[in-house]
Design a protein around this ligand. Structure first.
Ligand SMILES: C[S@@+](CC[C@H](N)C(=O)[O-])C[C@H]1O[C@@H](n2cnc3c(N)ncnc32)[C@H](O)[C@@H]1O
Length: 316
């Protein structure tokens, strides 16, 4: 059906607006829109159908949706999703018939070596799980240097799957800039929000959360870093997803660290965009009392390619 439709930006804006409506996760939407634009700008010059690889594809919503939309430019049988979890892959196969999926660990170089090369490699909300897997029971928190190394190596593995001239697309959490220890005071808008913060502080697994109760029972003081950890998890508190979300730190790299890690892998960043995903929802829970503090830009979208394939591409 899409082939019969006009192929211009207005068409694609309308298509994605309706297609992504049921997708609550705004991050996925941002990644899908950016990759759609990338495919549309690059595929006509490629002279063949593009091969997509998603590492940590989960149920396939990102890669599957993109392949559905761009079947005239992408090869379904030559594309691939990789994930650790069999139930997620079973759902992926059901929802996106024809998409090849394999169960495995994308941090395993042997596995990656057997996958072949791809024109677009996607890492969407996946590397923070690699970071979080660096939890050290002895320290009772993530061993940060070791976990960052694992992330950098995984990024290198993903880059190794790129065809010459291919693109790496990363969407994930972001450690905001500035002094992470700087303290701020926040005010909860309801007793429920205050109680949920307590659950967060007690159950968040990757790091210990510390804060000081203010005289006002609805106010606390905490570090910028712990505030970001809290606010990015706040939408899951009191919901079923908290059971898994409590084990994952979205934050691992600052923008500067992402830039350094990409450069280290010989990747040239052509597009980098930082985003705030859920500010509206956060404002309903909490307000920031300390002047000069804002809700953080806590996600990042990066498009990059091997440095020798320099190309000017404009997004947004
Ligand atoms: C938050 S989900 C995102 C799924 C998908 N990218 C999306 O945005 O819809 C992260 C996925 O990465 C997978 N994952 C994490 N570490 C992995 C690893 N080392 N190897 C393979 N899959 C991994 C998890 O099983 C999970 O399905």
């Amino acid at each position: 059906m899409i082939n019969a439709m006009p192929d211009n930006d207005a068409f694609w804006d309308f298509y994605w607006e309706t297609r992504l409506l049921p997708m609550e996760n705004l991050g996925k939407r941002a990644a899908i829109l950016a990759v759609s634009e990338l495919i549309r700008s690059q595929a006509p010059q490629a002279g063949r159908a593009l091969r997509l690889l998603e590492l940590g594809c989960g149920e396939g919503q990102v890669i599957g949706t993109l392949l559905d939309a761009h079947d005239q430019w992408c090869s379904l049988p030559a594309s691939l999703g990789v994930d650790l979890k069999a139930p997620s892959l079973a759902r992926c196969r059901k929802d996106y018939p024809g998409l090849r999926c394999i169960q495995g660990d994308f941090t395993d170089p042997t596995l990656l070596a057997g996958l072949g090369k791809f024109d677009v490699v996607l890492l969407v909300n996946a590397l923070h799980e690699v970071f979080s897997a660096g939890f050290s029971p002895e320290r009772n928190e993530i061993d940060v240097p070791a976990a960052k190394l694992r992330v950098t190596e995984a990024l290198g593995g993903a880059a190794g799957c790129l065809e010459a001239g291919g693109w790496l697309v990363l969407f994930d959490g972001l450690e905001p800039p500035g002094d992470p220890h700087r303290r701020l005071r926040i005010r909860f808008r309801s007793s429920l929000a205050r109680e949920n913060f307590e659950i967060f502080a007690q159950q968040y697994h990757p790091f210990r959360i510390t804060y000081r109760q203010a005289t006002d029972p609805h106010c606390i003081e905490l570090s910028q870093r712990d505030f970001t950890r809290y606010i990015t998890k706040s939408i899951f508190l009191g919901k079923g997803l908290w059971k898994t979300e409590r084990f994952e730190s979205y934050q691992y790299f600052t923008e500067a660290e992402y830039r350094a890690a990409f450069a280290h892998q010989g990747l040239e960043i052509t597009h980098l965009h930082t985003l705030t995903m859920n500010e509206e929802k956060w404002r309903r829970l909490v307000e920031i009392d300390t002047p000069g503090f804002r809700f953080p830009q806590e996600h990042i979208l990066i498009l990059a390619r091997p440095a020798q394939d320099r190309l000017e591409v404009q997004f947004y």
